[in-house]
Design a protein. Structure first.
Length: 257
């Protein structure tokens, strides 16, 4: 006879997701990083309530916080999508083993190209590290479904370590060079993604009102210790890769390609 074990309590993740405010917060943060004031406006709840539920999500490491490099008084909140994915499938496994397989690489089957490629622009301050890595990753992962560019508000040169971590992962980087944001003013884009807090504040208005997304990343080029800088560059590549894969999955789901 099959013996079925029935847990007394549902997994903590399901309890967290079941609350309306926490669900709304996560629904906003899976799309973009936001400051608490922006979450108050989006969820339309009082500041103290938003802060309380953000703390609950932080306690279980579903949401992380990082102080803004543009204004140290501000804090950006982000969803740890990899942890959310793991906990979600662990919760499913408690119901049935078939529900317990996490999508570790977020593989996608590219949709048939029936429309012009989506135009995506990544922005940061110096266009030397974060936005260059993002450009190379999206160009390789998205293939002919996207046309991707990057630029900076104060462009310099591509950081050697950015090229190194891309090469280590066999990501093509020969097309990368630093460009000023003014190069693209007046051009059409479907998405403008800022990967730097300062660039978000200085982002110009583009024609046709492209969807704006913010991913708050530490600047690895600003780190002086060589070992720590290498570690942060590698981490940035991994986190950008995860975000880009999920970005493409959402586009596929919404039929934008």
């Amino acid at each position: 006879m099959l013996t079925i074990s029935i847990d007394q309590d549902p997994p903590i993740l399901l309890k967290l997701l079941a609350h309306e405010v926490r669900w709304q917060l996560l629904s906003a943060l899976v799309h973009s990083d936001y400051r608490v004031q922006e979450l108050v406006e989006r969820v339309n709840r009082p500041m103290n309530l938003i802060s309380y539920h953000l703390k609950q999500l932080r306690n279980y490491q579903l949401v992380t916080e990082r102080r803004s490099s543009a204004d140290g008084r501000d804090v950006y909140y982000s969803v740890d999508l990899a942890r959310l994915n793991t906990l979600y499938h662990e919760s499913g496994r408690q119901l049935h083993p078939a529900l317990g397989e996490p999508i570790t690489n977020w593989q996608r089957v590219p949709a048939a190209v029936t429309q012009p490629p989506l135009r995506v622009l990544f922005l940061c301050t110096h266009n030397s590290a974060r936005s260059q890595i993002a450009e190379a990753l999206l160009r390789q992962i998205g293939g002919n479904q996207v046309t991707v560019f990057s630029a900076g508000t104060q462009p310099s040169t591509v950081h050697p370590m950015a090229l190194t971590v891309l090469k280590d992962q066999n990501i093509e980087s020969s097309q990368l060079y630093s460009k000023h944001i003014d190069t693209f003013v007046g051009q059409h884009f479907d998405y403008v993604i800022t990967v730097c807090d300062r660039a978000r504040e200085a982002c110009p208005i583009f024609p046709d009102d492209p969807e704006r997304i913010h991913w708050s990343f530490e600047d690895p080029a600003a780190i002086s210790d060589p070992e720590e800088q290498t570690r942060v560059f590698k981490r940035t590549l991994v986190e950008l890769s995860n975000r880009i894969r999920l970005f493409l999955l959402v586009i596929d789901r919404d039929g934008r390609q």
